[in-house]
Design a protein around this ligand. Sequence first.
Ligand SMILES: Nc1ncnc2c1ncn2[C@@H]1O[C@H](COP(=O)(O)OP(=O)(O)O)[C@@H](O)[C@H]1O
Length: 192
Amino acid sequence: MAELDRQGVIQWLRCNVSPQRLDHILGVEKTAVQWAPLHGVDPIKAGQAGLLHDLAKFFPPAKLLAIAEEHRLPLDPILQASPHLIHADVSAVIASEEFGVDDPDVLTAIRCHTLGAVPMDPLACLIFVADALEPTRGNSLELEKLRQVAQHNLYQAVRLTCEQTLTYLIKHHKVIHPRVILTRNWALQMAK
Ligand SMILES: Nc1ncnc2c1ncn2[C@@H]1O[C@H](COP(=O)(O)OP(=O)(O)O)[C@@H](O)[C@H]1O
């Protein structure tokens, strides 16, 4: 696994995301590194995936679609209508092209952090969950419950994260990309 220029990534992020988003990203990185040993995950890979997961978060829709087309990323009608949902896939492209990341596990974890996937390895599960519960997300009862669960059952934490996303999307009358439902059903089975 190639060494990552962490300070170079942070400099790049300062120019490409808001200060609040950078705090979130550093929170995901820190949480992922801290919790990796609890789940048998390599902390170096966890830290890299955490730091790189939102590289394309602030890219405008046209840029996201252009990069997706250039790299033949799989698009469907929901992703085409909501290009923001492909920021995860595009972040993996930037991680590879801009920062030379070639570890397939790290790139997969970055790709899966918004919608999940079936299946996901423990590294991808950890980043999916850390994105939802890192410290800047707050201290709601729901999040505290998720934090407790995530320390001993990563699959149950993935299920809860998917369910929280689904609840939010339904409450706000938003379109649901079905991959999060497939991820939720998979995590439900795995948590048994
Ligand atoms: N399955 C889904 N279908 C539609 N929208 C989704 C789905 N999952 C997440 N989203 C929305 O996509 C946006 C980005 O999600 P995410 O990457 O988790 O971002 P953030 O870090 O800002 O919470 C959020 O507004 C979220 O509500």
